[in-house]
Design a binder for this molecule. Structure first.
Ligand SMILES: [Fe+2]
Length: 288
């Protein structure tokens, strides 16, 4: 359904590619109808985003009834498509210097990121002690947001390699809900640490993408891949329909920038949260 070779490189401080009209308008309409007709959603997060998540029984039922969603899922949930995405990034961003230190050996079609609430101890146990020899899997959700949805600037989960967004409807600028790309005001790739949630005053906006029907954004989830969504206002009942996905390792990604490695450190907390809410820093490995 999506041709990764048609994606275009965006001028940014980390690897980002976009495709306008990557999905036909007709297909977008069908996908919206499928999400709209969903019997139930798995969760409600980020102030107004309803999701159907890979891994739930609800997701399986949804795919049974939703022909086009199932087709799209099958395309993304394959080793061959993952390889296409990876190769496209490697070729397009050779000079950017970021890569993952440990390449995954197997593509696991059934695996997905746990959506249970965990404290940091439980999360660290799940992630394991060694970061070597990871496997890779697709995570994906079918989403619809209502007014109130927003996402403060952040970097994604420590297991993410590549993330992608598929927008199914046009969102007028005045409705908000745009995806912004940020960089640190002092955009150095060699730094002691990359916070997961930098303060807004530490960041400068690089680019803003207003969701348009059939457009897609792919980006590499490097330690500096800061992005967020501005407050979405629901005007005349217009919701924001989209699909979010990523290729994630079974272990945290060790990122390399040229000759330097960055390892993630999860912040300790007793609060039980989704993996996507846990704070973590990417720390430069001291070379002794
Ligand atoms: Fe994100």
């Amino acid at each position: 359904m999506i041709n990764v070779n048609k994606l275009k490189k965006v001028k940014s401080n980390f690897p980002v590619m976009v495709g306008k009209g990557a999905i036909s308008k007709k297909d977008c309409e069908k996908l919206i109808d499928e999400i709209r007709n969903a019997k139930s959603f798995d969760d409600l997060i980020q102030g107004g985003r309803n999701r159907i998540n890979k891994g739930s029984s609800n997701f399986k039922n949804y795919l049974k009834k939703s022909k086009l969603s199932n087709k799209l899922y099958k395309q993304f949930n394959s080793q061959s498509f993952y390889k296409k995405v990876e190769n496209r990034f490697k070729k397009t961003f050779k000079d950017y210097g970021w890569s993952n230190a440990y390449l995954p050996s197997k593509f696991l079609r059934e695996k997905f990121t746990n959506k249970k609430l965990m404290n940091s101890k439980e999360l660290m146990k799940m992630l394991g002690k060694t970061y070597k020899n990871p496997n890779v899997n697709l995570d994906i959700d079918f989403s619809v947001s209502r007014g109130g949805y927003r996402l403060r600037p952040h970097r994604d989960d420590v297991t993410r390699l590549y993330n992608f967004l598929i927008y199914l409807n046009d969102i007028p600028k005045k409705n908000g809900g745009a995806l912004s790309i940020f960089k640190k005001k002092t955009d150095m790739k060699y730094r002691k640490s990359f916070k997961r949630f930098p303060g807004i005053s530490e960041l400068a906006k690089v680019k803003e993408f207003t969701p348009s029907k059939g457009s897609v954004i792919f980006f590499q989830s490097t330690p500096n891949s800061y992005h967020g969504v501005s407050l979405f206002r629901e005007i005349k009942g217009k919701k924001r329909f989209f699909i979010y996905g990523s290729y994630a390792l079974s272990k945290p990604v060790v990122w390399r920038y040229k000759n330097v490695s960055y390892l993630p450190k999860i912040k300790k907390t007793n609060k039980r949260m989704l993996t996507s809410s846990h704070d973590s820093d990417y720390l430069m490995r001291e070379v002794g």
